[in-house]
Design a protein around this ligand. Sequence first.
Ligand code: APR
Ligand code: PHB
Length: 389
Amino acid sequence: MRTQVAIIGAGPSGLLLGQLLQKNGIDNVILEQRSGEYVLSRVRAGLIEEGTVGLLERAGVRARLHREGLVHEGIEISFGGRRQRIDFRRLTGKAVTVYGQTEITRDLMEARSTTGAPTLYEAAAVSLHDITSERPRVRYRKDGVEAEIQCDFIAGCDGFHGISRQIIPEAAIRTYERVYPFGWLGVLSDTPPVSQELIYVNHERGFALCSMRSQTRSRLYIQCGLDDNIEDWPDERFWEELKLRLDSVAAAAIVTGPSMEKSIAPLRSFVADPMRFGRLFLAGDAAHIVPPTGAKGLNLAASDVYYLSQALAEFYETKSTRSLDTYSARALARVWQAERFSWWMTRLLHCFPQDTGFDRKVQRAELEYLARSVPAQTALAENYVGLPY
Ligand code: APR
Ligand code: PHB
């Protein structure tokens, strides 16, 4: 098989890139190691910046997003038994939209199937070849049969554990990493949201976050230990612990119910530099990870894909590699802004086990400052709604 761009991975990055390339008349094939159902069973964050909404619209998935997405004009930060609202609309003129990543993935999958562009699910043993030549190849096995795709470019959209980043020789890539000494225990439940807006909680028992998927479905998180197991957290214990971390008004508003999904995720910051090797371009989680505290993962994937789709469109229109050559630097400039913000939000709101009394006082002083200072709130809001690109 021959195509212009072979895309590895059918997560949000690969699917969005595929759609944007289709719109530019660029042929592409997506190879995904899992089944479509498996990809749709993963529960992930669901908060998107206006820039991401714009890209999804361009990708042809406007309707359900605008029908079901919840527009949020602010968030609340809870500490010391009270809540401080950060008013995005007033401070930045912008808002964010709550729309689950699973729904985005489903919409992109459906849009792709109407274009007829191929997605090869359950492609095993995917391997990349000749990536420093002008004719790279991707080999894979499907239904027991070995096959090969010849292409002009490969987009590595295969997430943090994918193969794309790993085939780049060590001497050609530098990685930066921070692993946090706690995780998030996340619960999805068919219960009404605790509040109309997201509540991010700093509490001496640990961080908590009350988010939602709809007016009848909540997504809730609490900071937990890295060694905790799901079995340690029956539903009753989860709800009890969440209540202990909320202010009294929010705690009284909780409606409990059975969890539909429960999982523990570690928190990590990670960046690979450069995001390109020869004709292989990395995008999304394949190149970088942020802790979920600022909800930047999906939005960063979207800005990478925007830069990459533009650069590929320019190449096919003009034969110029100028934007392909600057892709990594452009994407990384935005990535590091989001890395800084996600690290800062994480640092501000969590209990770090090694913190001294001094560290805790400084953290509290920063929260007090945030509650008092409009410039401090503006800095948070500007980053949360998404820096321009
Ligand atoms: N061959 C083919 N596909 C692969 C391979 C491989 N060797 N390795 C991984 N994949 C697939 C995975 O099964 C997954 O479907 O690549 C896809 C990567 O998707 P994501 O992990 O969702 O990464 P990305 O599309 O970059 O999405 C970024 O998702 O993880 C969240 O927080 C993150 O919101 C962010 C967004
Ligand atoms: C979510 O709704 O899953 C969510 C929202 C905001 C975050 C992280 C996760 O910062």
